[in-house]
Design a protein. Structure first.
Length: 228
């Protein structure tokens, strides 16, 4: 009997352990309206809170539920739900009746308003996805769009945006020569000539050689005459 109980516990843990990391994973980032990567805004499903039996719940439980819904409405910028809860906060009976019959209608109106807001200056894919959610007109369609469809559509719109082109006024300046104003810039871009002209030097050298040779011949002729 004991081994059967142990086996059952192990099987239960085997199912629970893989599910725990998946539940702890954060939402993947998405694009905002300006195509910047941001953390996704997740709109919770308040139907998960509306499980209280309002016919048997005491006043404290009703007020606690109303406070939870009000905090959620203010965090998600839901004006209709927030206003209705505040107006009925003075009477537990009014809160109970609102939670019983009108809370879903107010929340649905807020979700529709939120979906419509995302269409302002939006791309074609966001417009199409929002129109589809509005045509469906259900809570599930609104939540699916706001939590997932909106970011998928924005990713498509951002991917089709053209890359920014460089401004002509910010083009790289043309490099200029670093030579001084009085320096010569050779045709081939070589170093400027700073010494004497090479042709002149060659001519002077050749003349000196001729003069030296002539002097040597004259001196040799005079020496041979003297010996004779």
């Amino acid at each position: 009997m004991r081994w059967k109980i142990s086996a059952g516990i192990l099987m239960a843990l085997a199912f629970l352990v893989p599910a725990a990391p998946a539940a702890a994973q954060p939402e993947s980032p998405g694009y905002d309206e300006s195509c910047q990567i941001v953390e996704r805004k997740v709109y919770p499903d308040i139907r998960e809170l509306l499980t209280l039996d309002l016919d048997t719940a005491d006043d404290a439980q009703v007020e606690e539920l109303a406070q939870q819904l009000l905090a959620m409405a203010e965090a998600d910028l839901l004006p209709v739900l927030s206003r209705e809860l505040q107006e009925r906060s003075d009477s537990v009976a009014d809160l109970r009746e609102f939670l019983r019959s009108d809370v879903r209608a107010a929340w649905t109106a807020d979700l529709r308003i939120t979906v419509t807001r995302t269409m302002t200056d939006a791309g074609t894919n966001v417009q199409a996805a929002a129109d589809e959610a509005l045509r469906a007109g259900t809570i599930d369609a609104y939540l699916a769009y706001l939590n997932d469809g909106l970011y998928d559509a924005r990713e498509l719109d951002c991917a089709t945006q053209p890359s920014p082109t460089p401004d002509a006024t910010t083009a790289a300046p043309t490099p200029t020569s670093s030579a001084s104003p009085g320096a010569s810039d050779g045709a081939g871009g070589g170093l400027p000539v700073t010494g004497a002209d090479t042709g002149t030097v060659a001519v002077i050298g050749a003349a000196l050689l001729l003069l030296g040779g002539a002097g040597y011949l004259i001196g040799r002729r005079r020496r041979s005459r003297f010996v004779a």
